[in-house]
Design a binder for this molecule. Structure first.
Ligand code: C5P
Length: 238
């Protein structure tokens, strides 16, 4: 496999073309950003940790029959993935209220709702990824109602699988964000990454935060938290 030109540079990753038109290479960087790029830093080795964590999680999801873009991991920082056109929606699952929803609705962080909550945001940096609803998404032309139904069904299944996996690690999966893409043959698959950058992960015994909130909220020991997630993941997956 030959690495080609860079297709796209995101905040935490770079995407490269390869000599196979259906495959891309995703490179994980050490950059950390928060609050729509207002807060920036480099967290040494984060790219390596997130590549490894996301690899283990995607391999696990693939084994559970969930369709993803993931093909294989090439080295410490690079993954080979199916090339997809990303659907510009951030799908957020909330098992416990935290972060923006706690703030927006004045609910105490850590409150467990009676039902699991799905949010969708329109992926658009200039607009700050605004929260939208199904009708907005369809009106924006980014998905059909049928595709949304399929995305929500996949999201519910991913949540069940991930909640159980993290529970085995003594981690409470509070919330997470996922993205979907369309393959060249029109199939909708899970894309992007699943890592402590995109999930809230609290230790079950102590409620200690082991995710990107350590960076967002200046709690310190960011890398150590990511290392802890990887260590626990390797224990339950091997
Ligand atoms: O910001 P908010 O509290 O709504 O985030 C909910 C979840 O989605 C968190 O786990 C957060 O890390 C993730 N998220 C993300 N990328 C965004 C927005 C939220 O990974 N752009």
């Amino acid at each position: 496999m030959q690495q080609g030109e860079m297709l796209y540079e995101g905040k935490a990753k770079q995407v490269f073309l390869t000599d196979d038109p259906d495959m891309i290479l995703i490179h994980y960087k050490d950059a950390a950003t928060a609050f729509n790029n207002i807060k920036k830093a480099t967290i040494e080795n984060k790219g390596v940790l997130n590549n490894r964590i996301s690899t283990l999680i995607f391999e696990y999801l693939n084994k559970q029959g969930i369709k993803t873009h993931y093909v294989k991991t090439l080295n410490d920082r690079d993954q080979l993935c199916r090339r997809v056109r990303i659907i510009p929606l951030e799908v957020i699952v909330r098992n416990v209220i935290a972060g923006s929803m706690a703030q927006r609705l004045g609910i105490e962080e850590g409150t467990k709702p009676s039902n699991v909550i799905f949010d969708i945001c329109y992926k658009n940096d200039e607009l700050g990824d605004p929260l939208i609803n199904d009708h907005h998404a369809v009106a924006l032309g980014v998905v059909t109602y049928d595709e949304l139904k399929q995305i929500y069904a996949m999201t519910a299944r991913i949540n069940e699988v991930l909640k159980e996996l993290f529970a085995k690690m003594n981690i409470n999966l509070i919330d997470f964000k996922i993205e979907f893409g369309r393959t060249s043959d029109g199939e909708i698959v899970l894309a992007d990454e699943v890592s402590p950058d995109t999930c809230r992960l609290w230790d079950m015994a102590t409620n200690e935060k082991l995710d990107k909130d350590r960076f967002r909220r200046d709690l310190g020991k960011v890398r150590e938290a990511y290392e802890e997630i990887l260590a626990r993941l390797e224990k339950v997956i091997k």
